[in-house]
Design a protein around this ligand. Structure first.
Ligand SMILES: C[S@@+](CC[C@H](N)C(=O)[O-])C[C@H]1O[C@@H](n2cnc3c(N)ncnc32)[C@H](O)[C@@H]1O
Length: 219
């Protein structure tokens, strides 16, 4: 295994994290043992952050030890890899508002001490700001028409110099507009709020009409 980013590894064209809950496959991903460690394969067809890495992402938004605010955790597929890579010194606050997805998220959080499930609307961070406090990174994948605004609101909880990443689904914003135009508009909204745009990656062929963008909160 070679290091791709701190806490993220590659072998051939496959991406892995080291499992914090050995023996537990969260979404049917392959587990591979090497020495004392168990590696979990990160499927780019099931995870937009995985897809962004497979498409050559350069600014990885999350580091070992980070406190992460994860918006749109669903059943914990990507959030579980984020949990692996931040490790035992980090924490992942997993915000999800759909009760059925949340129910499936709970056992994943129970298997990992650093994943905190929060049943809440990411559009209203005041509901969890006290629990979460300041974070080192925000990751958002909510597929909502106002996804840029939701990110901006949550970046009130992001520390200065911290990183924010957003998976933008153009069809959730406007099904009739060309995806590139939708991305431009959403990215402009986030830049206007004072965040510095570092990188944008289109996610095809893993996800149609999606892009992942990384921002930094200025010091
Ligand atoms: C595309 S799925 C997320 C997949 C997940 N990030 C992964 O890779 O494993 C989007 C999720 O965002 C949730 N969601 C959408 N709007 C939300 C909101 N305002 N607050 C919290 N969760 C939201 C949906 O219920 C859904 O589970």
């Amino acid at each position: 295994m070679k290091k791709l980013f701190p806490g993220v590894f590659v072998k051939g064209n496959k991406i892995y994290t080291i499992s914090l809950a050995p023996g537990y496959s969260v979404y049917g991903e392959r587990l591979e043992t090497a020495g004392e460690k168990e590696y979990r394969e990160w499927d780019p067809f099931r995870s937009k952050l995985g897809a962004a890495m497979a498409k050559g992402l350069r600014h990885f938004p999350i580091r070992p030890g980070d406190r992460v605010l994860y918006l749109g955790a669903a059943q914990g597929t990507t959030a579980s890899h984020v949990s692996d890579l931040v490790g035992r010194n980090g924490v992942v606050f997993c915000v999800e508002f759909a009760p059925r997805a949340f129910e499936k998220l709970l056992p994943v959080c129970e298997s990992r001490e650093n994943m905190i499930p929060l049943l809440a609307d990411a559009g209203d961070p005041s509901k969890y700001s006290e629990t979460v406090g300041l974070v080192d990174s925000v990751f958002q994948d909510v597929a909502q028409p106002n996804q840029a605004d939701i990110l901006v609101r949550n970046c009130a909880l992001l520390r200065k110099d911290g990183l924010a990443a957003i998976a933008i689904k153009s069809r959730s914003v406007d099904v009739t507009e060309a995806p590139a135009k939708v991305f431009d508009k959403e990215l402009a909204t986030i830049r206007k709020a004072g965040l510095e745009q570092l990188e944008v990656v289109r996610l095809e062929p893993f996800e149609k009409d999606h892009a992942l963008a990384v921002f930094r909160k200025p010091v």
